[in-house]
Write a protein that binds this ligand. Structure first.
Ligand SMILES: Cc1cc2nc3c(=O)[nH]c(=O)nc-3n(C[C@H](O)[C@H](O)[C@H](O)COP(=O)(O)OP(=O)(O)OC[C@H]3O[C@@H](n4cnc5c(N)ncnc54)[C@H](O)[C@@H]3O)c2cc1C
Length: 256
């Protein structure tokens, strides 16, 4: 059953969209960094110029996928999502046509352990993302309790082209206020880009971003290849992957 309405669609590029979704029921409580499932029925249309989907779906099937929440829990009117359109993907090729007023499925349960729950208030945060993996960090940064006294926060955002740097103005604003260290990095050749180029791993290998496992918690979100490489690098520097059983200072959220 479709139980929520798209209240806003912001196109960052044709392949990257921010959707704000309002549930019919009261919004559940959640923590910054958590995710929830969004869905559409297989009967929803896909753009005609898109390639066929990977696996053809039977009519009437509810397609559900997980999405990190980008808005703060203090915003009660909507949940914000930042979504990459995968042209042969089941759900996002349909979300490509989603517009304001359209109905979607929103799972009632918001979940996930990629949160600041077990992070000491005096630990610094190093928030590392590729592409739409910036979403859970926007929720954290938009929530006042994240900004504990004396804590340093860095955001590293790796994208293909400068136009893919969603939330750049918001992050640059925090950076110009001196509260955030913001490191955007672009992997593809683009003559208009004067900033860092390449894969974000480079910023750590060359100590552009300096780390101290005694004081810093690192969060990695997005592309699994980036997460695997960064995990290897950070384990060699003394980081420990966090889990409920074995608390650590390295937190991972792989999108696929
Ligand atoms: C905990 C969690 C949170 C997530 N949060 C987000 C989010 O905030 N934003 C988001 O866009 N996706 C997010 N994802 C991925 C999302 O759940 C879907 O996998 C994605 O939207 C593709 O769904 P689909 O049905 O269109 O493609 P499918 O038909 O399911 O095809 C999956 C394939 O799409 C590609 N893919 C998946 N995710 C992405 C992506 N983000 N960018 C580029 N290619 C991708 C991969 O090649 C993957 O194998 C999250 C996944 C998890 C597990």
């Amino acid at each position: 059953m479709l139980n929520a309405t798209i209240t806003q669609r912001i196109e960052i590029t044709p392949e990257l969209v921010v959707l704000r979704v309002k549930p019919d029921a009261e919004l559940s409580e959640f923590h910054p960094g958590q995710y929830v499932a969004l869905g559409l029925y297989s009967d929803a249309k896909r753009p005609e110029h898109f390639p066929p989907e990977r696996e053809p779906l039977a009519p009437g099937k509810l397609i559900k996928r997980a999405y990190s929440i980008g808005s703060s829990p203090s915003v009660r009117e909507y949940l914000e999502f930042y979504i990459a359109i995968v042209p042969d993907g089941a759900l996002t090729s349909r979300l490509a046509l989603a517009k304001e007023g359209d109905r979607v499925f929103l799972a009632p349960k918001i979940t996930g352990t990629f949160t600041l729950h077990d992070v000491p208030a005096d630990a610094n945060l190093v928030l590392v993302s590729t592409g739409t993996g910036i979403a859970p960090f926007m929720s954290m940064l938009r929530t006042p309790s994240t900004w504990t006294a004396g804590r340093k926060i860095s955001v590293i955002h790796g994208v293909r082209y400068p136009k893919d740097l969603a939330y750049r103005d918001e992050l640059s604003q925090l950076s110009s206020e001196g509260t955030l260290a913001y490191y955007p990095i672009v992997s593809r050749e683009d003559p208009s880009w004067k900033g860092e180029r390449g894969h974000l791993q480079k910023l750590f290998e060359r100590s552009v971003v300096k780390l101290n496992p005694a004081t810093d918690h690192v969060f990695l979100c997005g592309n699994p290849a980036m997460i695997d490489e960064m995990e290897k690098l950070l384990l060699s520097q003394g980081y420990v992957v966090h889990s409920k059983k074995t608390p650590g200072n390295l937190h991972l959220e792989k999108y696929w």
